[in-house]
Write a protein that binds this ligand. Structure first.
Ligand SMILES: Cc1ncc(COP(=O)(O)O)c(C=O)c1O
Length: 379
């Protein structure tokens, strides 16, 4: 579905706040996001993964739900004439917010840095959002802190600026507790033993964990991050993937219970993306590749685990110039074909087989658009 198509249905109950009415209609019209089941074999044992493909959402990622929840939480401030929404984003939240703000007639400024996918930056602009760039050097580990400092400046200087603040606003995780998690619960069979979710702000993990701790107390919950991120206290180092990892920890992660934290190498995440696409035609984004890499590593260590759930935040269509581009792979030192990637990155990506989709899946699943020219590849 195009990101410019709002998931709006006929209103149920109208309120006096048009922003709240919009959010309610958008939630009512949101589709159930499909899952796909894939199989692999680790240590000679067959394993199954249920992938929740959030990229099949109206604004192409799990952040559509987050955006609606954040907007609802600041709805009163948004009815002030001249209100401008300002948010730091690694791209997906910016895309959803730009579409929502366009529909509501609000100005939106996305504070971004050069690591984000150019596909997402263009989509934000296509929806009328403005990009405000932070020029943090590539080899710095402070992109997020620099973006937040810039948001604070804008909020100070612009009249009627509203910062939903995805890093500290409980609306971020609550929506995944009340909506994403029960939806996945209804789709997952009783055989699921462990749930894997990637972490950036930690909102997705925090919400899923809170719900599943009550709904399925025996389901293990595993947080996946990438090496170089300091969310779980790792050693900071430059990272290439966007949407996973951060240089600071969100407060709401402190109240989040999980059974294990796995830090995966970005190269393995990328290898998983390519192997999954080559073997099944399902192309996911880099943070989903990290989730898969984490799940495979966990399978190696846990022969008793046969069935995992993986929250996949977006699809590969956002990453044609990065994760799926030979020049970008070259830059991070990986060969461009999946077979050699598998070899170079070790046995942790053994290959996948997909079940046929239970329901027709939109065409965009394996859609990695034609690779752009060299100049479009972000440095
Ligand atoms: C592609 C992608 N994956 C994962 C995440 C992480 O989600 P969260 O911020 O809820 O931890 C994001 C967040 O921006 C994202 O854009």
């Amino acid at each position: 579905m195009s990101p410019t198509t709002p998931p709006v249905t006929a209103a149920t109950t109208e309120t006096t706040n048009p922003v709240l009415d919009y959010v309610r209609r958008a939630v009512d019209g949101y589709p159930v996001v499909p899952v796909r089941t894939v199989h692999t074999e680790i240590a000679g044992i067959p394993r199954t993964l249920t992938l929740k493909l959030e990229g099949h959402s109206p604004w192409r990622s799990v952040k559509g739900r987050t955006a609606l929840s954040l907007v609802r939480s600041v709805a009163d401030d948004l009815t002030v004439p001249g209100a401008t929404v300002v948010e730091s984003t690694s791209g997906n939240l910016g895309l959803a917010l730009s579409a929502i703000c366009r529909d509501l007639g609000l100005r939106f400024i996305a504070v971004v840095d050069q690591r984000q996918s150019p596909v997402l930056r263009k989509a934000i602009e296509d929806n009328g959002g403005e990009l405000d760039w932070v020029k943090t050097p590539d080899d710095a580990a402070t992109h997020l802190q620099d973006r937040i400092a810039r948001v604070r400046e804008l909020v100070r200087d612009l009249p009627h600026a509203v910062w939903p603040n995805q890093y500290e606003n409980d609306a971020n995780w609550r929506v995944h507790e009340s909506w994403t998690a029960p939806e996945l619960d209804a789709q997952a069979g009783p055989e699921a033993q462990v749930l894997f979710a990637g972490v950036s702000t930690g909102g997705t993990l925090a919400g899923l964990s809170r719900y599943f701790r009550h709904a399925r107390p025996n389901l293990r919950i595993v947080a996946v991050d990438v090496r170089g991120s300091t969310v779980f206290g790792g050693v900071p180092r430059p990272r290439a993937l966007s949407g996973i990892g951060a240089s600071r920890r969100s407060a709401f992660l402190d109240g989040t219970d999980c059974d294990a934290v796995l830090l995966v190498e970005e190269r393995r995440a990328v290898a998983c993306c390519h192997t999954l696409r080559a073997d099944t035609g399902i192309a996911v984004g880099g943070s989903s590749g990290a989730v898969l890499a984490g799940a495979l590593e966990y399978f190696y260590r846990h022969p008793e685990v046969r069935h995992a759930l993986c929250l996949c935040p977006d699809l590969g269509d956002n990453y044609a110039p990065t994760v799926y581009h030979p020049a970008w792979l070259d830059r991070i030192g990986l060969p461009a074909d999946a077979g050699r990637l598998r070899h170079r990155t070790g046995a942790a990506c053994p290959g996948f087989r997909a079940d046929a989709p239970e329901h027709p899946v939109p065409d965009d699943e394996a859609a990695v658009p034609t690779a752009p020219s060299e100049e479009d590849v972000p440095r």
